[in-house]
Design a protein around this ligand. Structure first.
Ligand SMILES: Nc1ncnc2c1ncn2[C@@H]1O[C@H](COP(=O)(O)OP(=O)(O)OP(=O)(O)O)[C@@H](O)[C@H]1O
Ligand SMILES: [Mg+2]
Length: 233
C-alpha cells in the first residue's frame, strides 16, 4: 500500500539526501461556525542529518506543523514528503505504519505511561514493533545509559524529576533510531539549566545517529544551537 505512494525514482533522485520537504502546506480547522488557519502556507526542507528549529509566537502553528509532518493529521492543502513517503497523501493506517518505522516524537509533556517503569516505557516502541523482549530490553538499557538514567530503570515516572522524565521520553523517542526526530517544545516545561542540558542531549543523540531534527521552540538561544531556523507567522 505504502509503495504506491512512493514517488517515482526520478523524483527521489532529484531530492538527493533530503529528509523532509514541506511545500505550501496549510491546515484549516473548524472553530465553532468558523474555520481558521491553524497553519498558514508553509514551505521548508530539511536534509538528512540536519537540525531545524521552528520559531514563532504562540498560535502561529508550530505544534500543528509538527503533527502534520509526523502524519498525525493531514494538511488541508500542500504536500509533505518524508524521505520517499508522500505523507500528505497517505491513509490514516499507512501514516500510522510510517510513524512506527521512521519518526520519533518528543512532546513538551513527557506522555510517559504512569503504570510502567522507566525501562518498560523506553522499551514500548520496540514492543509495539514486536521486537523480541531480550533485544528490546538490551536496547532500552543502552539508550538509558546514554541519557544518564541507567540507575533509574526500575523507577516509576511519578518519582522522577521533570528533567529526568524528559530524558526518559527522549530515550523512548530515539530507541528505534528513527532517521527523523520531531520535538514540540521538548524543554518548555523545564528550568533554564535543565532546558539547556536536555536540548544539548537531544542534539548530541541526533548527531550520533545522523538523524534529522525538527524542533518547535520559543527559545531563541536554544534555536541558535540548531543548523537552521524557520519562523512561522
Ligand atoms: N484542532 C483544532 N481545533 C481548533 N483550533 C485549532 C486546532 N488545532 C490548532 N488550532 C488553532 O490553530 C492555531 C495554531 O495552533 P498551534 O497549537 O499549532 O500553535 P503553536 O504555534 O504551537 O502555539 P504555542 O506556541 O502556544 O504552542 C491556534 O490558534 C490554535 O488554537
Ligand atoms: Mg505548540
Amino acid at each position: 500500500m505504502i509503495d504506491s505512494l512512493v514517488r517515482r525514482e526520478s523524483d527521489v533522485k532529484e531530492t538527493g539526501d533530503t529528509m523532509v520537504i514541506v511545500e505550501k502546506v496549510e491546515k484549516k480547522v473548524q472553530v465553532g461556525k468558523h474555520s481558521i488557519f491553524a497553519l498558514n502556507k508553509c514551505s521548508l526542507s530539511v536534509k538528512a542529518g540536519e537540525t531545524l528549529a521552528i520559531l514563532g509566537s504562540s498560535g502561529t502553528g508550530k505544534s500543528t506543523l509538527i503533527h502534520l509532518i509526523a502524519g498525525l493529521e493531514r494538511p488541508t492543502s500542500g504536500e509533505i514528503r518524508v524521505k520517499k513517503f508522500l505523507v500528505s497523501e497517505m491513509s490514516d493506517g499507512d501514516r500510522a505504519e510510517f510513524r512506527k518505522g521512521n519518526v520519533g516524537v518528543i512532546y513538551q509533556f513527557h506522555h510517559l505511561l504512569p503504570e510502567f517503569n522507566v525501562l518498560e516505557n523506553v522499551m514500548m516502541p520496540l514492543k509495539i514493533k514486536r521486537v523480541p523482549h531480550t533485544t528490546a530490553k538490551k536496547k532500552a538499557w543502552q539508550i538509558l545509559e546514554k541519557v544518564g538514567l541507567e540507575h533509574k530503570i526500575k523507577d516509576q515516572p511519578a518519582t522522577l524529576s521533570g528533567g529526568e522524565r524528559q530524558r526518559v521520553a527522549i530515550a523512548r523517542a530515539m530507541i528505534s533510531m528513527p532517521s527523523l526526530i520531531l520535538a514540540d517544545e521538548p524543554t518548555g516545561n523545564l528550568d533554564r539549566n535543565n532546558a539547556y542540558n536536555v536540548f544539548r542531549l537531544i542534539l548530541s543523540l541526533v548527531k550520533d545517529h545522523a538523524s534529522s531534527l525538527i524542533v518547535a521552540t520559543h527559545d531563541l538561544e536554544l534555536a541558535a544551537l540548531c543548523d537552521n531556523r524557520k519562523v512561522l507567522n
